[in-house]
Design a protein around this ligand. Structure first.
Ligand SMILES: [Zn+2]
Length: 256
């Protein structure tokens, strides 16, 4: 049986925009733990200027609070770092990858396209967050589909399916993560949108920021359309949520 915890792995705030969460998942299975995204890490909190640089800290509004890091959340649930066997990255941006170094023994799952974008030295990433030599597991495209979208299967040793679902655009290899829970699915859409309200509104004020931050804005908008279709066609089968909207945490989850 898979137990899913929704946890906040950090906070970003650039007024006048609302405070943004780092909504990660802890997948708890008897064979081990997996995280979806790693949030702001301990090293980011301790050496922010060295790891991220002042310009990025200010532009993204990083807030540094050790108690919010994934490692502290994992420990608060009674586990240790080496209980986390897998981390699945939606993409490698600094607010998603900072916690990787706190789990040096975990396998890090990432799409082939995102890995290539990282290796190519795209300046959006923070190289210091990857200096500990992460154990990458790189996933190429497969002849597999999930609700008519392409998908890539992750073998985590769980009896529930976990898939990478390409939602390219925000970055060149950005993916959602689909997790089977009984006969329903969770879909973590990462940064395919910043706020859920964008799905209903083509002219939401945050969309200009999303367009500016996208590696490929046409792909980002196409991914957006895919999510609208999924949300409209399968409301009873798929619960989707993103990384940065505090309003999307289930009521019982630990946000603070
Ligand atoms: Zn982000």
């Amino acid at each position: 049986m898979l137990n899913v915890h929704h946890l906040n792995f950090g906070t970003l705030h650039v007024p006048p925009n609302p405070r943004a969460s780092c909504h990660g998942l802890l997948l708890e299975h008897e064979t081990g733990l997996a995280l979806v995204d790693a949030g702001i890490g301990l090293q980011d909190c301790r050496r922010p200027e060295e790891r991220l640089g002042r310009a990025l800290i200010d532009a993204s509004g990083f807030q540094f609070d050790e108690s919010e890091t994934a490692i502290r959340r994992v420990e608060a649930l009674g586990y240790r770092a080496d209980d986390v066997r897998h981390i699945i990255l939606t993409h490698a941006d600094p607010d998603h990858a900072g916690g990787l170094a706190d789990f040096p023994d975990a396998d890090i799952h990432i799409s082939e396209e995102e890995y290539a974008n990282l290796l190519r030295g795209n300046p959006r990433y923070a190289p210091a967050q990857f200096e500990h030599a992460p154990r990458w597991k790189v996933h190429a495209s497969e002849a597999r589909s999930w609700f008519d979208l392409p998908a890539r299967r992750l073998d985590l040793g769980f009896d529930s399916e976990v898939l990478l679902v390409p939602l390219f655009g925000h970055t060149l290899g950005h993916c959602g993560v689909a997790v089977a829970v009984g006969d329903r699915w969770l879909l973590h859409v990462g940064d395919a949108y910043y706020l859920r309200a964008e799905l209903a509104d083509d002219h939401h004020p945050i969309s200009a920021l999303a367009a500016m931050r996208a590696d490929d804005d046409a792909m980002r908008r196409a991914s957006h359309q895919s999510l609208r279709r999924l949300a409209a066609d399968h409301p009873d089968r798929i619960a989707l949520f993103g990384y940065h909207d505090f309003g999307e945490f289930p009521a019982e989850s630990v946000v603070r």
